[in-house]
Design a protein around this ligand. Structure first.
Ligand code: GDP
Ligand code: MG
Length: 166
């Protein structure tokens, strides 16, 4: 397969927040209601066309959802579950992890308040998450692997940040 850039992204966040589902939706367009076993599967892949200064580039994306790949990743999706406050409170620690283990001390991170389709179960309100993201200089989006809301957009925003540095 030929491409202009190989970009490795890592999806992190507490167990159960929807990392594997997010990546499946992005690469295959499908959503499963059960936990997806990631045993034996290290990453998912997708080639996208990226426009920059009027030029088209073929970008081959490698999307990992296993912590431990921080050193090789060029950008990060940090997910928490909007229906699980503990997963939001852990975001601070995930940011520290990424700063410690990635090559950059100012890594590109897009924060995703995930499972936004479950509005009636929401426990983290949007202003609170937005304020947090603003204070930490992160982009913030609310996403759903069930409806597909903002899944492509989250990756696009992260890609913009990563490509800007190249
Ligand atoms: P991971 O441990 O972070 O990889 O989480 P999974 O992707 O395995 O998802 C955990 C559970 O949350 C599964 O039951 C998924 O079906 C569910 N889930 C994931 N994303 C969403 C979403 O956007 N909306 C809803 N309603 N459920 C989701
Ligand atoms: Mg998983």
């Amino acid at each position: 397969m030929d491409y202009d850039y190989l970009i490795k992204l890592l999806c992190v966040g507490d167990s159960g927040v929807g990392k594997t589902s997010f990546l499946y939706k992005y690469t295959d367009g499908v959503f499963h209601t059960q936990f997806i076993s990631t045993v034996g599967i290290d990453f998912r892949e997708k080639t996208v066309i990226y426009q920059q200064n009027g030029r088209q580039h073929r970008i081959h994306l490698q999307l990992w959802d296993t912590a431990g790949q921080e050193r090789d990743a060029m950008g990060f999706l940090l997910l928490f579950d909007l229906t699980n406050e503990a997963s939001f409170l852990e975001v601070r620690n995930w940011i520290e992890q990424l700063k410690t283990h990635s090559l950059s001390d100012d890594p590109d991170i897009v924060l995703c308040g995930h499972k936004c389709d479950l509005q009636e179960k929401r426990l983290v309100n949007q202003n609170r998450a937005r304020e947090f993201a603003k204070n930490h200089n992160l982009a913030y989006l609310e996403t759903s692997a069930k409806t597909g809301q903002n899944i492509d957009r989250a990756i696009d925003i992260l890609l913009d940040r990563v490509m800007y540095r190249m």
